[in-house]
Write a protein that binds this ligand. Structure first.
Ligand SMILES: [Zn+2]
Length: 590
């Protein structure tokens, strides 16, 4: 019998972070951290142009130590809270750690300010000896050409508190107060947005429609004022990023933060726009399975009758480990280590954090994984996904605490790849058409939500930033938004007029302009890599392992280029859509 069969659903142990939540152990950790920071603060006078490489490295290591100890405390508090969100002591510990973090960030900020300000020649000398810290150090300095004088930076900071940041907060305050009325089973309920948004996934089509209509009735009522807040934030962004900091466009300020060249982002968005037909085909299939002539926008997340096939936890673990072994036995070992270290919480318990995640509080230790395992085919896919994250972390564990974690655009690489491998395997073996359909639907559904939907938000943002510069009104923006939706869905989905207010309901475009495209970038990248794997087989593996093992120690473009992948070419991105298109083909055959 395979040893894996012995695995049971369990709660995790956090003992590798802290032996217990005892007040004394925590107190010790807090005072230890305080001591490290106090010591770090004393280096301030030594930060000069003539700082020796040896001292420099010593200081960097001290800062890393603070990060590691802080990460241990934060990781512990966060995981303790996740295993039981009703645990009041855990919540107060988490709040205390968060507060401490804000304070520590301020107290150690002087180092990065000095580093960014340092002239090129001495900085280059220090970077030359910085080994694995190099990319982290380089990245901080990317903003040097766009950094203003200290006095100007201070003015921006001070004015932001009562300017852009205050407006963002105001947006949150206005929209977080909204309540929504929905008639469910003859009874009118008062709901928060979170509660309301359960209904777009309801089996009842009228309820799905009513939920969206109510959502945009409420946002639409305030549409003019929310739109005005957006116009102001967009003008502020342009004035600062383009006007003062001399970025070439509002979008390129974000691109630099992601360390992705402008032309790559433009190509990515173009390819997404060109391939909208792939998802339109998917929505037509969904309409067919829902037995309606044409999908309404309300039905995008409508549930299909799910297959009732169940997998025991042991079966599921075996399938996941098997698919990892087929790729590389070392992958299976790394995934198994999570279970063997008792770092997996797979039980379903009241009060436990919902969904699933993988967390790596200490970059060189086995990660922790949370699942709510219930035996559905999608739970098996989720297990593969989260253990994929855990494999990624462990492969990159040899880097420093600053360079181990993959940057946002690469963060979903191993997880989505692992999920694709598992699904491929299940599809090859599974004869039950219901299960096959559920698995494929989940894949394409996720691809839609992370790629196409986000790419179209970014496309709208880019257009809106231009329009607002040219004095567009809120109504004109809404009209443009509705047009982008109609372009996105073509004749496959009927879009209700109230969706013209969807954009004022998306906090990301207010708070972090152009953030959303990173989701599309990451997801499409993995699909393209997966296609490369399918085409090349064995030859692809060492390059892929290298990508994962690099963690966050290199710029994404460079790292991928070294693996022979040129993300500046439209063909590469097109490969990702070829995978999605293949999934839709398979769905069409069912
Ligand atoms: Zn993930």
């Amino acid at each position: 019998m395979n040893a894996i069969n012995t695995y049971q659903q369990t709660r995790w142990s956090l003992a590798d972070l802290f032996p217990s939540a005892e007040a004394s152990a925590m107190q010790q950790a807090f005072s230890n951290l305080e001591q490290l920071v106090a010591q770090f603060e004393t280096i301030r006078p030594a930060l000069t142009e003539t700082l020796s490489p040896a001292d420099f490295l010593l200081f960097v290591r001290q800062l890393e130590e603070i990060n590691i100890e802080g990460g241990r405390l934060y990781g512990y508090a966060n995981l303790l809270f996740s295993e039981d969100t009703q645990n009041q002591p855990a919540l107060s510990l988490l709040t205390r750690v968060q507060q401490l973090f804000a304070e520590l960030t301020n107290r150690t900020l002087f180092f990065s300010l000095w580093w960014k300000d340092l002239a090129d020649a001495p900085a280059e000398k220090l970077m030359a000896v910085s080994g694995d810290y190099r990319y982290w150090l380089e990245e901080m300095r990317h903003f040097k050409p766009h950094t203003l004088s200290e006095a100007e930076e201070k003015i921006i900071n001070i004015k932001d508190v009562t300017g852009a940041s205050a407006l963002s907060l105001l947006y949150d305050s206005i929209t977080n107060r909204y309540t929504f009325k929905l008639k469910v089973d003859g009874e009118t309920k008062d709901l928060t947005r979170g509660e309301l948004m359960i209904y777009p996934r309801d089996v009842n089509p009228d309820l799905r429609a009513a939920a969206y209509q109510e959502l945009y009735r409420v946002y639409g009522n305030d549409g003019p004022i929310l739109g005005q807040i957006y116009q102001t934030l967009v003008r502020d962004w342009r004035n600062e990023q383009v006007g003062l900091r001399k970025f070439t466009s509002p979008l390129s300020a974000r691109n630099l933060a992601n360390d992705i060249p402008d032309e790559v982002v433009n190509i990515l968005l173009e390819v997404c726009q060109k391939n909208r037909g792939v998802f339109e085909r998917f929505f037509k299939l969904k309409a067919h399975w829902l037995n309606i002539p044409r999908l309404r926008r309300y039905d995008i997340y409508a549930p299909l009758a799910a297959a009732d096939k169940q997998y025991t936890f042991a079966q599921s673990a075996e399938m996941v480990f098997d698919s990892f072994t087929q790729f590389d036995p070392h992958f299976a070992e790394l995934a198994e280590r999570v279970l063997k270290s008792n770092h997996l919480d797979s039980e379903v318990r009241k009060g436990k954090h919902g969904g699933a995640f993988c967390s790596t509080p200490l970059h060189d230790q086995t990660p922790w994984v949370l699942l709510n395992y219930q035996g559905k085919p999608s739970d098996v896919a989720t297990m593969a996904h989260e253990l994929g994250h855990a494999i990624h972390s462990q492969l990159a564990a040899k880097h420093t605490a600053f360079t181990a974690h993959a940057s946002l655009p690469l963060a979903e690489t191993a997880s989505t790849f692992a999920e694709m491998m598992l699904v491929d395997r299940l599809l090859a073996e599974e004869m039950d058409e219901g299960v096959r359909r559920d698995l494929l639907f989940r894949q394409v559904d996720d691809a839609y939500a992370t790629i196409q939907r986000q790419a179209y938000f970014a496309l709208f943002e880019r257009q809106a930033h231009e329009m607002i510069t040219n004095g567009a009104s809120v109504d004109e923006l809404s009209e443009t938004y509705l047009q982008t939706l109609k372009e996105q869905f073509g004749d496959a989905v009927e879009v209700g007029d109230e969706f013209r207010w969807e954009w004022v309901s998306i906090p990301h475009i207010y708070e972090v302009p152009f953030y959303v495209y990173a989701y599309a970038f990451g997801q499409l990248l993995v699909l393209s890599l997966y296609r490369q794997y399918k085409l090349e087989g064995e030859a692809f593996k060492p390059r892929y392992i290298k990508i994962l093992s690099t963690g966050g120690s290199q710029a994404p473009v460079k790292l991928l280029a070294e693996a022979g992948i040129d993300i500046t070419r439209a063909e590469f991105w097109q490969g990702g859509f070829a995978v999605i298109s293949g999934l839709v083909d398979k769905l069409e055959q069912i």
